[in-house]
Design a protein around this ligand. Structure first.
Ligand code: ADP
Length: 583
């Protein structure tokens, strides 16, 4: 047992009643600033350490003295007096304590090891990370453990009877995987039952050709098939001296072709350069106190640099890769929104950060430090996940990347079919003034979300995070005495990972592999995810260049009519394709 964690009756946090007496804010801050991080632990460390050190050395000194006396007087060593027994006990107790204390890092690496192996379900959000605290609506049976799921004896054995049981409601649709132990068969039965219940055909939605085991408990519940999205390649994108072929999953004609044209312009001009400014995923729980004094006390405690070591130690237990960077509090009445920010290695990190936050909340309540703290929700929306919010635009979320290129004037003319001056003016009128007039939040760009979404879908990112990931300001200026174009994109919230979530699925992993960022980077954890973020920014740069050029040259409608409006008879074509794809 960690000796520092033994319980004590002495309250370490000031009693709540005391706080009411300190009504002035200045007093509260003073009180709080005098507190130590170790105060949050159950024992005053310095006192205990001193006590055991004295005990240890006194016992050793006494025993050595007795030992030499016995040798001198030729008394057998095993004959012990009462005082010697007491000294031996004191020696043993203090030895155990000191070993535990000074070997605490060693002990922690075993006892408090990161519990990221517990992560089974991944949703790119926090539904799987904190099912209890969030009262997630997904029933436990929806993410069954196949190995532990015996086939029920009463279950109908043939498929037709099973379909009928699902249709009648005798067998819940969500329980098929756990009951059958065969994900593909479960999907087929559910699909057939669904068609009978709704009376509608799913013939265009393929069933075959997908590994349903790979999504169980991780990516999708109650599957009945999968949607196909074509993947196109833009590139090579020459970024930071490396060429990337960028996979884009999209059904929007023109998008890949346009991005490809931007890549060409960048390549011919010597490539683009990127800088990653920061890397940290956020989660902001909302907690409530009986009064504003206590709420403020939490803020002062968490934002006091002297407490950071304790809080981060507790937080970082969530994973080997989670490293707390900051915890900033915002008060609203007696509610506190704590925006935790941490690095997450190669994972996008929502699960990781949510688990770290849960650890800290448990700690704050358990340590008798803030027992009156009510956890309202592990996410209080100041995170802010999947919603446009100024906090992300200003402080960033995930990876903050800036990317630039200088496009030669002749390339602007020949490849982009426009002029430097036209681009600069259009950028001002559209991306800056136009967006300002629209009251845009992070939307000072032409179509960053087009590229972000397509790359996210191809590489297994959470597509819902395109909301903040697409925050981008595109700037264009003339340079080199007006001959060339300086273009940059600043993207503060690129939320990507190369492990976890959809990144492990075969198709998405193949796209990550194409970019050379598949899975975890063992040499430098986090390097793959960071590189992917720069590729996203580089691709956005290419997309911005090309669309802005098309707009400047008045080509947009023309090219969309060419790539977006097939002359084929789509009704017959779709019917044929559906027939081929159907199971
Ligand atoms: P997220 O936090 O993005 O939702 P996960 O919950 O799946 O994703 O977390 C990533 C998992 O992958 C964790 O269990 C973590 O231990 C593991 N992992 C392995 N290698 C790495 C790495 N290099 N960076 C981050 N996580 C890694």
């Amino acid at each position: 047992m960690d000796p520092r964690r033994r319980s004590t009756k002495k309250p370490l946090a000031p009693p709540l009643s005391n706080l009411h007496r300190h009504s002035a804010a200045g007093h509260r801050q003073e009180d709080d600033s005098q507190r130590r991080a170790s105060d949050a632990l159950p024992l005053p460390l310095q006192l205990t350490n001193a006590l055991f050190l004295v005990l240890f050395f006194s016992a050793v000194y006494f025993l050595l003295r007795r030992w030499s006396d016995k040798i001198r007087t030729q008394t057998p060593l095993h004959v012990l007096t009462f005082s010697e027994i007491l000294a031996l006990l004191a020696f043993l107790a203090s030895f155990v304590y000191l070993l535990g204390f000074f070997g605490i890092q060693f002990v922690q690496s075993f006892l408090l090891r990161p519990d990221d192996d517990e992560i089974v379900a991944v949703d790119g959000g926090f539904a799987a990370a904190c099912p209890q605290s969030l009262n997630c609506a997904i029933p436990a049976a929806a993410t069954p453990d196949l190995a532990a799921a015996p086939i029920e004896l009463l279950l109908p054995q043939n498929d037709e009877e099973l379909v009928q049981s699902v249709v009648s409601g005798a067998v819940p649709s969500y329980s098929l995987e756990s009951k059958l132990g065969d994900c593909k068969r479960a999907a087929a039965i559910r699909r057939e039952a669904l068609q009978r219940i709704t009376g509608r055909s799913l013939s265009g939605l393929p069933l075959e050709g997908f590994d349903y085991d790979s999504i169980l408990g991780q990516c999708c519940e109650m599957p009945v098939g999968y949607v196909q999205i074509p993947v196109g390649i833009a590139g090579p994108l020459l970024l930071d001296g490396t060429e990337y072929s960028v996979p884009m999953a999209t059904t929007e004609g023109c998008l890949v072709a346009s991005t490809n044209r931007g890549c060409k312009a960048i390549h011919l001009s010597g490539g683009a350069t990127s800088v990653l400014l920061r890397d940290g995923m956020t989660r902001a729980p909302v907690v409530r106190f009986p009064n504003i004094a206590r709420a403020a006390q939490l803020k002062f405690y968490l934002e006091d640099p002297r407490n950071f070591d304790t809080v981060s130690m507790v937080f970082n237990r969530s994973s080997r890769f989670a490293r707390l960077q900051s915890a900033n509090c915002t008060l609203s009445g007696r509610s506190v929104y704590i925006r935790f920010c941490c690095s997450t290695g190669d994972a996008m990190g929502m699960n990781m950060v949510s688990k770290g936050v849960q650890n800290v909340l448990d700690f704050l309540q358990d340590a008798d430090f803030f027992p009156d703290m009510e956890v309202v929700a592990i996410s209080g929306n100041l995170c802010a996940d999947k919603k446009p919010a100024a906090v992300n635009w200003i402080h960033g979320r995930g990876k903050s990347v800036v990317c630039e290129a200088v496009i030669r004037g002749d390339v602007v003319n020949k490849v982009l079919k426009t002029s430097v001056q036209s681009l600069v003016e259009l950028n001002k009128d559209k991306n800056l003034v136009g967006s300002a007039m629209a009251g845009a939040l992070g939307g000072f760009n032409a179509h960053a979300s087009n590229i972000v979404s397509a790359v996210y879908l191809a590489t297994g990112q959470d597509p819902a995070q395109n909301v903040e990931s697409s925050h981008c300001i595109t700037l264009m200026e003339s340079t080199n005495e007006g001959r060339d174009l300086h273009v940059s994109v600043t993207m503060p919230c690129i939320e990507v990972g190369t492990v976890g979530g959809g990144t492990q699925l075969a198709s998405q992993a193949a796209c990550l592999n194409l970019l050379g960022v598949k899975g975890a980077c063992y040499e430098a954890p986090g390097a793959n995810a960071r590189r992917l973020a720069t590729v996203v920014a580089g691709s956005v740069l290419a997309g911005e260049l090309s669309l802005m050029s098309a707009l400047a040259a008045g080509q947009l409608v023309k090219s969309h009519m060419k790539y977006n409006r097939s002359s084929k008879d789509v009704t017959t074509h779709n019917a044929a394709a559906a027939a081929a794809a159907s199971s």
